[in-house]
Design a protein around this ligand. Structure first.
Ligand code: TYD
Length: 138
């Protein structure tokens, strides 16, 4: 996988005087079956987190409110995606280093994963990530 495999996906939206509605379904807008959902909130403005790669887990990230950047890195190239609308999702395949940066105050990140939480799926050391990537192991 490379940063070229990371995609912004525009979600359906129903605009209405009563408020707007968007949605996402397995294997439609989200290119995998959701096995896990988690969310990140109350991040102090300007903070960042999430410096790691997954061996198997794929992700779909939505900024439900506020804004933040997702920086993806395949060991050769880096790309930054700014999420700031609740009708865009970012698909991040497995095997990429990814960080979340520049959270606005009151940002709310909703994340869907393709696998249940597993600590052993994480690669938290950047040098180890580069070694695995260069050896074609991830
Ligand atoms: P982590 O993914 O390490 O957050 P970040 O990389 O943004 O710092 O998650 C923080 C803690 O939350 C970690 O100790 C494990 C726990 N956690 C779960 O138990 N289940 C989950 O689905 C996630 C994402 C995290």
């Amino acid at each position: 996988m490379t940063v070229e495999d990371v995609k912004i996906i525009e979600l359906p939206k129903f605009l209405d005087a009563r408020g707007n509605l968007s949605f996402a379904e397995n294997f439609k807008q989200i290119p995998f079956e959701i096995k896990r959902t988690y969310w990140i909130y109350d991040v102090p403005g300007g903070e960042g987190r999430g410096g790691h790669a997954y061996r198997e887990n794929e992700e779909f990230i939505i900024a439900l409110s506020g804004a933040f950047d997702v920086v993806v890195d395949d060991g050769k190239q880096k790309k930054t995606f700014t999420l700031n609308r609740s009708y865009y999702g970012l698909y991040v395949p497995k095997g990429l280093w990814r960080e979340m940066e520049n959270f606005s105050t009151n940002a709310f990140a909703l994340e869907f994963g393709s696998s249940p939480y597993s600590g052993s799926d994480y690669i938290r050391d950047y040098q180890q990530f580069l070694n695995l990537k260069n050896n074609g192991k991830i």
